[in-house]
Design a protein around this ligand. Structure first.
Ligand SMILES: [Zn+2]
Length: 207
């Protein structure tokens, strides 16, 4: 079966920057599963995988406009150190905050004297992404997966039967509290290839 719209695809990948530094890799997490054609992953990667079959390997080059967007200086903002109250901000720290562009992940970019520079850009904004991918499997999506816009198998975000039960899966893989390391539902640090909010935004409670 070829990768096409309405197939669930599992890939292994290594993501590098222009200098060849590894930014992210499926590695120990195992293959990443996604629903093709449902915007689960960045457009450039999805286009690169389209039409492949299980076992295929490919280098996919993704420019910023098909990845995480261009770097936007307007997403930089200065806040006073006092805004952090009792917390001690450190460069590189990340947190969620309401901004004039809605809820975003902000990264502390710089601390100078009493001023802290926050960056609302995605950490991969402005970067050309070099993916080495291998297609592990391709299968037709189940009707419920199409309805929900994400895969339901183990390894997917709603694996383990948490999905469809109709119950709030307390502590399930889709709980935002429990940063399931590297899982697609972790709100802290989504796997780089996975669009932020691709999972969970559709309600991994799957009602
Ligand atoms: Zn679901």
């Amino acid at each position: 079966m070829r990768v096409a719209k309405e197939t669930v695809v599992a890939i292994e990948y290594t993501l590098k920057d222009d200098q060849g530094n590894i930014i992210d890799a499926s590695g120990d997490r195992g293959p990443m599963e996604y629903l093709h054609g449902a915007q689960n992953i960045i457009p450039g990667l999805e286009q690169g995988i389209d039409g492949l079959v299980a076992g295929d390997t490919k280098n996919v080059l993704v420019p910023p406009q098909l990845g995480y967007g261009e770097y936007n200086e307007k997403l930089l903002q200065l806040v006073p150190l006092t805004a952090f109250g009792a917390n001690t901000p450190q460069v590189g720290m990340r947190f969620h905050a309401e901004t004039n562009l809605g809820m975003r992940v902000l990264t502390i970019k710089k601390i100078e004297g009493e001023e802290v520079t926050l960056d609302g850009n995605h950490e991969l904004a402005g970067k050309t992404l070099h993916f080495d991918i291998k297609v592990v499997s391709v299968r037709a999506a189940e009707p419920t997966e199409l309805a929900h816009g994400h895969p339901h198998q183990a390894g997917g975000c709603c694996g383990g039967g948490g999905c469809g039960s109709g119950e709030a899966s307390g502590g399930g893989c889709c709980s935002s509290e429990e940063g399931s390391a590297g899982g697609c539902c972790s709100t802290e640090e989504p796997a780089a290839a996975q669009k932020q909010g691709g999972c969970g935004s559709g309600g991994c409670g799957c009602s």
